[in-house]
Design a protein around this ligand. Structure first.
Ligand code: NAP
Length: 472
């Protein structure tokens, strides 16, 4: 495929192969953008921002609503591309496209709602005979950099609110998963998006990504990816708005006051979705000690029933990890935990890029599978005595994206909601639950800012106050 600069399909100076993570076969190639091509995308975006700013909210909403319907009409074709390049199962890929339909539709609604507020100037001693209000204006050019695991819906979470707010966007997808984003870009043009308003540029993060981030043209960088790259981007971006959606080692608390078997099944499935490569995957599980054995037995039963294999087969539950070396890395983390005293309840094996869904218990604090982001199909289970202990343990992480708690006690649920330091607490559910209209983002090293169209639109606008002196 070719990349997209201002509506044109463009070749680069060399081709980068895109591989199927299951068998390493080449699916397609994309170009590596040159510095001149990055600069051309940036100057095109300046034009695009002018066009989008002048476009009415009604027209922006119509384009996004049309794009939502068009994506909905092409679920099967887009899902096949996503499954092939990411390695997520075909059923998971259909789910991602269906969510993209929603992200676009909700952004279309937000385009119409974007408004300001009256400011009571005459509430100030010097404000007599003044009428004031503020409006929200687009920031201008936005650089969007996305990870490999949800290439289309996470791009939509940046692109669609950006257009709803009247901005132009340059999207740089992950180099291993650029294909569906290029197809998505073409759909947006077909839906009526002015071509100058969007470029989809392919190439390496440290080259193409860095040139975009350090350019003085964009007013905002919106990034989803790892903490390490997020920090690097913040240190390189200079005086720009930044939105950072970063990693996590999300925890779920399972108290004795719940359907323990149901909680075990849902936690295990949420840990293995997309081979554990979801920013809100269940990773740490804290189970009340009175029900630990029941939890482990039920989780092991689910794990044994999971079908691991070729992501394109309808019956597959868990596909490959993105690259064999990532599966090797996760395997070495499991080995490290075992060498530190943890026991294996299920899984642990690996064949190429396929890592068996894995359950560990007795994992010490210092083990990477407990303290870092595993991003692999595994859970580390520990018992707890009191809810205070469990909440403290959840909070001992450097991350804070989402958490879950299973309990039928309202006061415990609300205490967890107040005291767990993260962007979202799901009661009687796993941290992995998300709907696309909700505010979504992290505390601590999980990031800055919130996505979800209503909230992203605010981040992607500036407030401009207008004061009018009125003769009395
Ligand atoms: P990554 O390695 O951080 O890469 C993310 C993006 O950054 C890619 O497009 C990458 O390009 C680009 N990049 C790399 N170096 C760069 C640089 N110096 N300047 C500018 N851009 C640069 O992340 P990943 O492995 O794709 O994704 C996994 C991570 O994303 C996990 O930590 C996960 O938790 C996080 N994530 C968070 C959320 C959330 O909403 N909070 C959602 C999904 C994933 P290349 O591909 O060319 O290297």
């Amino acid at each position: 495929m070719r990349m997209l600069i201002g509506g044109q399909e463009v070749e680069g100076e060399r081709a980068i192969p895109v591989l199927n993570p299951f068998d390493g076969s080449e699916i397609d190639t994309v170009p590596a953008a040159t510095e001149e091509q990055v600069d051309s995308a940036l100057s095109t975006a300046v034009e695009g921002a002018r066009v989008m700013e002048r476009m009415s909210r009604f027209d922006r909403a119509e384009i996004l609503a049309r794009a939502s319907r068009m994506v909905g009409d092409r679920i099967e074709e887009l899902a096949l591309t996503i499954a092939s390049e990411v390695g997520k199962t075909i059923r998971e890929a259909r789910g991602e496209i269906s969510r993209t339909v929603q992200t676009l539709a909700v952004s279309a609604e937000e385009a119409r709602r974007l408004a300001g507020e009256v400011v009571p100037f005459d509430g100030a001693p010097t404000g007599k005979d003044r009428f004031g209000f503020y409006i929200r204006v687009p920031v201008g050019v936005i650089v969007a950099i996305t990870p490999f695991n949800f290439p289309v819906n996470l791009a939509a979470h940046k692109i669609a609110p950006a257009f709803a707010a009247g901005n132009a966007v340059i999207l740089k997808p992950a180099t291993v998963t650029p294909l569906t984003d290029i197809a998505f870009g073409k759909i947006l043009y077909e839906a009526g998006l002015p071509p100058e308003a969007l470029s989809v540029i392919t190439g390496g993060g440290s080259t193409v990504g860095d040139r975009l981030v350090t350019s003085p043209i964009p007013r905002m960088v919106t990034f989803t990816g790892s903490v390490e790259i997020g920090k690097a981007i913040m240190s390189r971006a200079g005086l720009k708005k930044t939105a950072m959606e970063l990693g996590s080692n999300s925890a779920v608390i399972v108290t004795e006051r719940c359907d323990v078997e149901a909680a075990a099944e849902r936690s295990a499935r949420a840990a293995y979705a997309v081979a554990g490569q979801v920013c809100i995957s269940v990773q740490r599980v804290l189970v009340e000690e009175t029900v630990l054995d029941r939890f482990l037995e039920a989780a092991a039963e689910v794990t044994a029933s999971v079908q691991l294999g070729d992501q394109l087969l309808e019956e597959t539950d868990v596909g490959p990890m993105i690259e064999e070396r990532e599966a090797e890395r996760a395997e070495s983390w499991i080995e490290e935990a075992r060498s530190m005293g943890a026991s294996l309840v299920a899984g642990g094996g690996r064949e190429g890029s396929l890592l068996e869904p894995t359950i560990l218990t007795g994992v010490p604090d210092e083990a990477k599978v407990w303290k870092d982001e595993a991003f692999a199909p595994l859970i580390a289970v520990r018992p707890f005595g009191t809810l205070d202990e469990a909440i403290d343990e959840v909070n001992r992480s450097r991350y804070g994206l989402q958490a879950g708690i299973y309990t039928d006690r309202l006061d415990d649920a609300l205490r967890a909601a107040r005291e767990i330091r993260c962007g979202g607490v799901m009661v009687n559910d796993v941290p992995t639950f998300r709907v696309d209209l909700m505010p979504y983002g992290g505390e601590k090293e999980s990031g800055l800012g919130r996505e979800g169209p209503k909230f992203a639109v605010e981040e992607m606008t500036e407030i401009r106050v207008v004061g009018i002196r009125v003769k009395s």
